[in-house]
Design a protein around this ligand. Sequence first.
Ligand code: CDP
Ligand code: CDP
Length: 224
Amino acid sequence: MTNKIQIAIDGPAGAGKSTIAKIVAEALGYTYIDTGAMYRAVTYKALKRNIKLNDAKALEEMLLGTSIELKPSENGQLVYVDGEDVSQLIRSNEVTNNVSQVSAHPNIRKILVNMQKDLASSGGIVMDGRDIGTQVLKEAQLKIFMSASVEERAKRRLLDNESRGILSDIETLKKEITKRDKLDSEREASPLIQADDAIYLDTTNLSIIEAADVILKLARDKME
Ligand code: CDP
Ligand code: CDP
């Protein structure tokens, strides 16, 4: 019997974190948790309620009265807000382009980070986000900082959007991704940075399977 470990995957938008984390979790029989979906869920509800995204107090009150549930399914992780399946709704352009403003509030991060720590307490876990290696799972046995060129990440988003019927163009996506990365990396509360003990993985020229294999090999080495 091998030891169950915690795997933390951080990095900028479109690096391949969630796709690859899901494959790694499946291969190991671990639970996968997409923490970005939680920040998206808060943003979705705030936009729906017309709450000002710079009003930290109002956002906190809203979040304290909100139920956010993550449920695994055959099609990946489903996200429920107050019992409603919002898995697709939280991927809209409107949510994507506003989420960094919400995730910059320290009080919102504190609540979600506590929820994420609780979710991870049950053992074998693969969690992806921006601050997993630096804040949420500081003791994770394996930390990956995943990235790819901005051109490649924008291309991936374009294909992603196309498959969801969302029209976009590469130049706009490049600008949006660069802006979100900047906001996420420059915020004061738990900015996106590589943990000292994280391994850097550039997926620009790697297929999904190749990147998953790199992580699985590193994970199995840690389990021995
Ligand atoms: O999948 P994508 O890279 O588009 O983003 P995501 O993982 O769904 O995260 C959406 C946003 O949530 C990020 O741009 C961050 O602003 C925020 N986030 C965060 O601050 N901390 C995390 N652990 C995860 C996401
Ligand atoms: O979670 P994150 O924002 O880092 O990226 P993602 O949502 O997992 O990946 C964005 C898109 O890039 C997805 O459609 C993946 O299938 C694709 N991808 C790829 O084509 N090649 C890779 N090596 C990694 C991801």
